[in-house]
Design a protein around this ligand. Sequence first.
Ligand SMILES: Nc1ncnc2c1ncn2[C@@H]1O[C@H](COP(=O)(O)OP(=O)(O)OP(=O)(O)O)[C@@H](O)[C@H]1O
Length: 272
Amino acid sequence: MSAILETVGVNKTFGAVTAARDINVSVAKHEIVGIIGANGAGKTTFVNMVTGWLPPSTGRIRFDGRDITGLAPRKITRLGICRSFQVAQVFMTATVFDNLMIALGIADAHGLGVLLPLRVRAREERADAILRRYQMQDYRDQPASTLPQGIRKLLDIAMAMVAQPKVLLLDEPTSGISVEEKFPLMDIVMGALKEEGVTVLFVEHDMEIVSRYVSRVLAFYQGEIICDAPPAEALADPKVKEFVIGDDLHNQTLLQAGALQDGAQEVSDARG
Ligand SMILES: Nc1ncnc2c1ncn2[C@@H]1O[C@H](COP(=O)(O)OP(=O)(O)OP(=O)(O)O)[C@@H](O)[C@H]1O
């Protein structure tokens, strides 16, 4: 499979701090990649560099056959890399439907994807189709401020997808979501993203989510990638156990109970 996103020898320093050290990653189209690491490991720096929020100190970043190193975030978004943040970036007083209409209007104005020739009626139809794909029809006319946290996240991700990006970066899609909500939410998100055929990279601290939904794990520690492997392998890696999973008591308990290896093994088996 051809690479859609590639980083070559990427480094980032902030004064004496090295936040990214020799990052070499090649992501194929349609991969679902989990980015893990303890606090301060360099995950956000990596995401910021790929999305143009931070220029690398050295190294190159390529997207879809083009060098995007140092391009402005807006330019990178227009080329087809979108991102969604840990805290949902929605218009709180607007309804779910109107939030989508605003996002579609912005995408139209910027000439993103195939949306340019669409007029309002067509835009409304598209907004309703998005509501169905992300299973938010019941919330259509509700202001975003009144939504359950999980639905607000769904809306945020759906809005990021309006521009029909080729690559989507998500920052902890399940943070702030209850244990009961997290799997149903991720089933909807991942089902919809798979239908859209987008390549996904997401930062995640919850190893149950990682083991269930990703095809590949990038584990960061002190600015370096210490493991790049399928989830079953990555979550069993001694360095990952020591420097990533060992950092989180909840994950450690799951690991000891065998839940992570089992979950990761199931994912790995299912993917052959
Ligand atoms: N703008 C900045 N100025 C100075 N140091 C920074 C800056 N941004 C990040 N760092 C440092 O770079 C290192 C990596 O930080 P980064 O935010 O990428 O980690 P992270 O893995 O995303 O952590 P978290 O899970 O807490 O968000 C840390 O030591 C951090 O303090």
